[in-house]
Design a protein around this ligand. Sequence first.
Ligand code: DAH
Length: 352
Amino acid sequence: MTASAASPDALREEALAALSEATDEPALERWRAGWLGRQDGRVTLLLRAVREQPPEQRAAFGQAANAVKQTLEAALAERQESLKQAALKALSTTAALDVTLPGRPQAIGRLHPVTQTLRDCIKAFQEMGFRVAEGPEVEWSAYNFDAMRSPEDHPARDMWDTIWVDTLLNGERKMLLRTHTSPNQARVMERTPEPPVRVIVPGKCYRQEATDATHEWMLTQIEGLAVDEGVRMSDLKGVLYEFARKMFGQDRKVIFHHSYFPFVEPGVEMAMDCFICRGSGAECRTCHGTGWIEILGAGMVHPEIIENAGYDSSKVTGFAFGLGVERVALLRWGIEDIRHFYANDLRFLGQF
Ligand code: DAH
């Protein structure tokens, strides 16, 4: 029997019967090639035979042949799909694996909120012309305390405030986890032969603290230092105001209080208005009812420190500040407890 001899109907029935016997991919492929193959598939030959029909039958034959082709293509697609489903079903029972379940979403990592805040603070100061330097976290007491005018009997040196490293030098403990980034004032000036200096030094600091809502034993600070001819207190205030505006917008209020730090004279603390109680709550855990949260210490660099750097304190002056980055993060997102940052709870950290 040649293709041209078969009637379209007979051909279709024969093809469908053959298809129902194909039970795997290779068999389906053989069937496809044999019936629908472009060169000599039997349906292709059937279509070619249209030309050989007597003119009056040609149209009807052509239509019938095309219909057969469409029917067979649809039947093939259906057969492929049902074989695929059957294979999946078999796999899910044999492999005890439901391959139709949606995949587990991969958690996407992100920066820790303190890191985000640190980077934003750094950017704010960079935009004001400060460059970034770094210093060691394990520090000599000579830098951490002596260079910062905190003598042997200063309370900050107490072992209760400081995490000492058990390395002895001449029988004494001389190394510690730095309690602040301020020693970098001395370190930066030491390696800068001449002013101007305009630098920030970000980094971790460590204290033996009883932790509470605003104190952690590990904290992130940014030290700032500007030394040049004619640097004044108004420059310090201008820089810090501008920083507050960049980070918090125009609404947030800041206030400067006089304060004492051995390495500055005069010294100040800058605080921002409390976002939790807006100054109204005597019970407020965050501001302790004062309405203000201290975020940094600052002041005019003590002339002795300028002299120790080899600069002439009758010619140059400077300002310095030390900023608590976690405090800024608290303020920025209205978080009520600093301890959330390092409790490693993804329900908290995932929100930023
Ligand atoms: N080092 C101080 C601290 O950790 C903060 C500080 C205060 C830094 C005044 C300064 C400053 O540079 O001028 O508490």
